[in-house]
Design a protein around this ligand. Structure first.
Ligand code: ZN
Length: 403
């Protein structure tokens, strides 16, 4: 009796939720449009887990990414982040870490699951993988210190399959300023890109490696836009006009990048898309840190495991989160100021400890399709946002190579 009533209530709630969201758009329509896209997400940090032994083929329910959820979400191509933490700069261990991260993508993800993934290093490869029903797997380096100031390493990484490099992470390196420490007087800054930084952009252009300006300081962005011969892009960045974070892009930056043919791949992290989240951040972080200290006392958790625990506690403690509607607001803002051709997706899954309600992990992408259809976006618009725009930029970078 009790079980029956729980089931009934659940069914009614689900029905109410679905009919409340529908506004005339059927599940079949959402599925049809979603399936018609080639969904390319340009930033996912699950390699930081696989390098520690996480099996992407196991449905553990932890974190944001595994094969089953990528398929459920209809992800057609995934850029895996070859993330090199700033801490590896000490003792010159950045190249070592970069090679280990490239190995985990190639060995633990692609070679381990050849029926599910196909290594892709070009726009054509992405489409070919999609035709064969596989997820195109690509790699981008996050943190320009990975090349240890040496163009030879940049070329080696290209040969190993790297197709974009984020010029900085949160740390300023020897040739580019980062938004993460640009106001820190203890850090030596360069006022944007140095001469070496400009040479690096030139070599990336020549190779056909995409130049990613997520994380960089504003002046670095403007210098890069000026010197790059190919369009540049942001692999995982959102709008500063909506959410005041130094790592988000101003309207002027978005418009200028779009004018040169680039694309902004919207980041879903709560702290980059919700001003409410940011306003509560100091108090929430204090409460969360206290709980984290209790829960991790005597334990030696890896960084990804800390992130997963922090996300779990945030939910338990009912602290601020963002929602799917916030993601749509950022997409909508870019459309208004720069047009539909300037928008893409770079979720930052498994790189953050807070994802939006409704877009909790890679399986939830169809919810975004529904939300965009409800907002009046056409199927063509959605296909551009999900991958068409990015493929255009990737092709332009390929075409500019060798020159
Ligand atoms: Zn990042």
């Amino acid at each position: 009796m009790r079980r029956l009533s729980v089931a009934l209530v659940t069914a009614l709630l689900l029905f109410g939720q679905a009919s409340g969201q529908n506004r005339g758009i059927s599940d079949a329509e959402v599925a049809r449009v979603h399936r018609s896209t080639l969904l390319i997400d340009t930033h996912n940090d699950v390699p930081s887990r696989t390098v520690e032994g996480f099996d992407i083929g196991a449905r553990t329910g932890t974190g944001h990414t595994d094969i089953a959820r990528l398929k459920e979400g209809g992800v057609g191509a995934q850029f895996f982040a070859v993330y090199v933490a700033a801490s590896y700069v000490t003792g010159n261990r950045s190249a070592n870490r970069t090679l280990q991260m490239i190995d985990t993508v190639r060995h633990d993800i692609i070679e381990r699951y050849p029926n599910d993934f196909l290594l892709a290093t070009s726009a054509k490869d992405i489409e070919e993988a999609h035709r064969r029903g596989k997820i195109a797997a690509l790699m981008g380096i996050e943190g320009g210190h990975a090349i240890e100031n040496n163009l030879r390493l940049l070329r080696d990484y290209y040969d190993l399959g790297i197709r974009y490099m984020t010029l900085t992470h949160s740390n300023t390196n020897d040739w580019a300023d980062s938004s993460g420490d640009v106001t820190d007087p203890n850090i030596k800054h360069h006022n944007g890109l140095t001469a070496l930084g400009k040479d690096i952009i030139g070599e990336m252009n020549r190779l056909g490696m995409m130049v990613d300006i997520s994380h960089v300081a504003d002046k670095t962005f403007w210098d890069t836009l000026e010197v790059s011969k190919a369009p540049i892009f942001a692999s995982h960045s959102s709008c500063r006009a909506l959410t005041k974070h130094a790592r988000n892009m101003t309207d002027e930056m978005i418009v200028a990048l779009a004018k040169k043919g680039g694309v902004v791949q919207v980041n879903f992290y709560c702290g980059f898309i919700s001003q409410k989240f940011r306003d509560n951040d100091a108090a929430d972080t204090k409460a969360l840190d206290a709980r984290m200290a209790q829960e991790t006392a005597g334990k030696n958790l890896s960084e990804p495991d800390r992130q997963i625990l922090s996300e779990k506690l945030r939910k338990e403690m009912r602290l601020s989160r963002a929602t799917l509607a916030d993601v749509v607001d950022h997409i909508d803002h870019i459309r208004k100021i720069a047009g539909i051709d300037a928008i893409g997706l770079g979720g930052d899954f498994d790189g953050v400890s807070c994802t939006p309600i409704g877009l909790e992990d890679v399986s939830k992408y169809p919810n975004l399709t529904r939300a965009l259809l409800e907002k009046g976006y056409s199927a063509d618009d959605i296909r551009k946002i999900y991958g068409g725009n990015f493929l255009r930029v990737m092709r332009a970078v390929e075409a500019a190579a060798g020159k």
